[in-house]
Design a protein around this ligand. Structure first.
Ligand SMILES: *Cc1c(COP(=O)(O)O)cnc(C)c1O
Length: 462
C-alpha cells in the first residue's frame, strides 16, 4: 500500500513513513493510492466480533508490511485496553431507528482516544525498532491535545508539544493536558485561537530546517493513521444494526473533517452507508460550502462546542482531492486561493461532494435546547458536540434507514454547557475524579513562529 499527497508533488511513502511524517512536504495530506475493499463475507464476519477484531480486519489492508499480523494485533489490544467500556464503542438507542454511538469511553473522554491510543502504540513500535526519537507537535482545540498527551506520556522515543488556544479550552480539557507529570510532555498555551495554533503548526512543518533538526512528527487529524483508526467504529456500529444486509446512515459532529472523512473511507471500503451527514455549530463554513456557497473563511466565533470552533477544516482537502478526480494541481491551486480568503468549488466537484455528504448546522440555542430535550425524552445527557449531531440527525433522518449519530465527547468534559442546559453538573467517571486536585504545568507562548521554535529547541536542549 502506497501513500500519495493531495497536492501531487511530495514523495510517495509507505504506511509507516506517511504515519511518522504527518503533513506532506508539498503542504498536502497523505492518502492511500487506492482504497481497498472488504467483501460482504468479511463484513458479515464482523457480526458479534470484538471491537479489536473488527479493528484488525478494517485496518490491516492499509498498513502493508509495517507490522506483522501478530504485532498489529498486540498493538490494537494495548490501545483499547485503556478504555472504560468493554464494548469500546457502545450503541445506545435514542428513538425508533435513531442510535447514539458513544465514542467517549477512552482515557480522555472524547473520540480522539480511538485514534490516538493506537497511533501511540504504532509510533512506539516503529521508532523503537529503528532506535529513533521524534518530536511530536500538535495543535488542539482541546481534545486532540489531551488525547495525544495521554497516548504518548512517558514513551521513550517521543517528546510531545501541544499548542492550545489560551483561555479557549474547557477546564477539564486544559487539566488533562497540564497535569501529566512526565517530562516528555509539554503543554503550550498560545495567545490566539485554534486556527492560529493550526497555522503555526503548519508553519513549523513548512520550515524544513527546523523540521529536520527536531525530527518533527505530526499527530493532528491530518495524520493518515488517525483517519484510518476512525474507520473502524463505522464498521462495528453498522454491523450491530444489520450491515452489510442493511443500509445505515451516520451524522457526525464535524470540525476538521477527519471523523466524517473516515466514514467516507468506510463507505468506499464497501460498508453500505446511505447518508453521511456533516453537522456543524455556528462556525458553519462546511455547511455553507456543501450547500454550494463556496469555501470562504470567516472569523471563529467561540461556542459551547469548542472542539468544532474551526474555519479552516484541514481534512476537507482530502475530500476535495477525490472530488477533483485526484488532481493534485487543482487542489494546490484551491489551497493557494484559500490562503487569500477562500475559493469556489467547481460544479463537477460540487456534484461529487453533494452525492456523498449532506449537512446541517446548530446554533448555540439549538444546541442547548437539544441537550435539554434529550435528557427529558431519553435520560441521556449529551455533550454539546454530540447534541449538535443529534439535532441535525433528527432533521435529516429517514424512517426507513437507521441513523447513527456519533457522540464525540463525554458530557463531563463540557460541564458548564451541560449544567446551563439541564441544571445537572455531570460528574467525571471515578477513574479520573481527582483531576481538579492535580497540579498544573504549562507555558504561555506568543502566537509567533520564532517564539514557538525557540521554546521547543530550548526544551529539547538543541
Ligand atoms: C475533534 C472533535 C470533533 C470534530 O472532529 P473532526 O474530526 O475534527 O471533524 C467533534 N467533537 C469533539 C468532542 C471533538 O473532540
Amino acid at each position: 500500500m502506497r501513500y500519495i499527497s493531495t497536492r501531487g508533488t511530495a514523495p510517495i511513502l509507505s504506511f509507516e513513513e506517511a504515519m511518522l511524517t504527518g503533513l506532506a512536504r508539498d503542504g498536502g495530506l497523505y492518502v492511500p493510492e487506492e482504497i481497498p475493499t472488504l467483501t460482504k463475507a468479511q463484513i458479515t464476519a464482523m457480526q458479534g466480533a470484538s471491537y479489536e477484531d473488527v479493528a484488525f480486519t478494517v485496518m490491516r489492508p492499509f498498513i502493508g508490511d509495517t507490522f506483522t499480523d501478530a504485532e498489529f494485533r498486540e498493538l490494537i489490544a494495548n490501545a483499547y485496553a485503556t478504555f472504560g467500556h468493554a464494548a469500546r464503542a457502545p450503541l445506545v438507542q435514542l428513538a425508533p431507528n435513531h442510535f447514539l454511538l458513544e465514542l467517549f469511553h477512552g482515557p480522555t473522554l472524547a473520540f480522539k482516544d480511538f485514534a490516538m491510543q493506537i497511533i501511540g502504540q504504532m509510533f512506539q513500535k516503529a521508532l523503537g525498532r529503528k532506535g529513533e526519537r521524534v518530536t511530536i507537535v500538535g495543535a488542539t482545540s482541546g481534545d486532540t491535545g489531551s488525547a495525544a498527551i495521554e497516548a504518548f506520556r512517558g514513551l521513550d522515543n517521543v517528546d510531545v508539544f501541544i499548542l492550545y488556544p489560551h483561555g479557549r479550552v474547557s477546564e477539564v480539557q486544559r487539566r488533562q493536558m497540564t497535569t501529566p507529570v512526565e517530562a516528555n510532555v509539554h503543554a503550550l498555551a498560545v495567545d490566539g485561537d485554534f486556527d492560529d495554533c493550526q497555522a503555526r503548526l503548519k508553519d513549523m512543518f513548512n520550515d524544513f530546517e527546523f523540521r529536520d533538526r527536531v525530527k518533527l512528527a505530526g499527530v493532528n487529524s491530518i495524520n493518515w493513521g488517525r483517519v484510518l483508526a476512525q474507520v473502524v467504529y463505522y464498521f462495528s456500529s453498522a454491523v450491530s444494526l444489520g450491515a452489510p444486509a442493511r443500509e445505515v446512515s451516520f451524522t457526525v459532529p464535524t470540525g476538521n473533517f477527519g471523523d466524517i472523512f473516515a466514514g467516507y473511507i468506510a463507505k468506499r471500503m464497501g460498508l453500505p452507508i446511505k447518508d453521511l451527514v456533516v453537522a456543524t455549530n455556528q462556525n458553519d463554513i462546511l455547511d455553507r460550502c456543501l450547500k454550494g456557497q463556496g469555501y470562504h473563511k470567516g472569523v471563529v466565533h467561540p461556542s459551547i462546542s469548542p472542539s468544532m470552533d474551526i474555519q479552516v477544516s484541514s481534512n476537507f482537502e482530502r475530500a476535495l482531492f477525490d472530488a477533483y478526480d485526484r488532481d493534485g494541481n487543482a487542489v494546490a491551486q484551491l489551497m493557494t486561493e484559500l490562503g487569500q480568503g477562500g475559493f469556489d468549488v467547481s460544479q463537477g466537484a460540487m456534484q461529487v461532494l453533494q452525492s456523498i455528504y449532506k449537512s446541517g448546522r446548530a446554533s448555540e440555542d439549538e444546541t442547548s435546547d437539544t441537550i435539554t430535550t434529550f435528557l427529558k425524552t431519553t435520560g441521556e445527557l449529551l455533550c454539546p458536540h454530540s447534541a449538535i449531531g443529534v439535532k441535525v440527525a433528527d432533521e435529516q433522518r429517514e424512517e426507513a434507514t437507521p441513523m447513527i449519530t456519533l457522540a464525540t465527547a463525554h458530557p463531563a468534559k463540557f460541564p458548564d454547557a451541560v449544567e446551563a442546559a439541564t441544571g445537572i453538573r455531570p460528574p467525571l467517571p471515578p477513574r479520573m475524579a481527582d483531576l481538579f486536585e492535580r497540579p498544573e504545568r504549562l507555558t504561555r507562548v506568543a502566537n509567533d513562529l520564532d517564539a514557538l521554535k525557540s521554546h521547543i529547541t530550548k526544551a529539547l536542549n538543541l
